[in-house]
Design a protein around this ligand. Structure first.
Ligand SMILES: CC(C)(COP(=O)(O)OP(=O)(O)OC[C@H]1O[C@@H](n2cnc3c(N)ncnc32)[C@H](O)[C@@H]1OP(=O)(O)O)[C@@H](O)C(=O)NCCC(=O)NCCS
Length: 189
């Protein structure tokens, strides 16, 4: 990281698009290392479609209710945060709430551990707060080198969990019933 220049956190501009693409690719590759069976490898996609990615990012920085914030030092982007304002649907069993959703947060590897991620997170919280959000929500993959510890240090707690268990292929064998009927007598204690 450049020690000569201060770090500025600001909204992304169209001139940032190619640097933003590079950060998003680094973000994808970081997560791919952590959960290789959950994300597509870029070579299986024939490489990243940067034209399409740039078009999506341009839309994000020009659309009301979402944004990309960047951390910059000496003209170099060190990190980004992709943020949305969301609202729960009316007339459902879910309590009404306006909240911020942090979709992506990355600090480039060489700049980690210097407070840049924390500054981006605080800026995201301020951005969402100014738009009426009562809280910030984040979905993150859980793996050893992942960001859960960072978020917990920053005051976040787990609200829901996605539980998974691999299923065995012999359950799919042709001709086998989907499940074996079982009868259990329930005896009150
Ligand atoms: C997670 C990430 C954004 C943190 O950015 P960073 O600039 O390195 O974080 P900071 O330097 O601001 O760290 C703030 C505090 O969190 C701690 N911290 C940082 N990463 C941590 C981690 N993975 N686990 C536990 N603590 C962590 C720091 O030690 C620091 O603690 P301190 O204030 O006591 O010194 C960065 O590591 C990153 O980009 N990771 C890869 C992408 C990723 O996982 N993004 C989140 C996806 S939802």
């Amino acid at each position: 990281m450049d020690n000569q220049h201060e770090v500025i956190v600001r909204a992304a501009k169209p001139a940032d698009l190619s640097a933003l693409c590079a950060l998003f690719i680094e973000f994808h590759d970081f997560n791919l290392c952590g959960v290789p069976d959950r994300l597509a490898r870029s070579d299986s996609l024939g490489g990243f479609d940067c034209v399409r990615l740039e078009a999506n990012l341009r839309h994000l920085i020009n659309t009301h209710g979402c944004n990309i914030l960047v951390a910059e030092s000496g003209g170099v982007l060190l990190g980004l945060a992709e943020i949305y304002i969301r609202q729960t649907s009316e007339g459902t069993a879910v309590a009404q709430r306006i909240y911020g959703h942090l979709q992506s947060l990355i600090v480039t590897e060489a700049a980690r551990g210097c407070g840049v991620g924390q500054r981006l997170l605080r800026a995201v919280e301020a951005w969402a707060d100014a738009r009426g959000a009562s809280e910030l929500q984040i979905d993150c993959w859980e793996f050893a080198a992942g960001p859960l510890g960072f978020y917990e240090r920053e005051g976040y707690r787990t609200l829901t969990r996605t539980l998974v268990r691999a299923l065995t292929s012999d359950q799919r064998a042709v001709g086998k019933p989907e499940f074996a009927e079982s009868h259990v007598v329930c005896q009150p204690k």
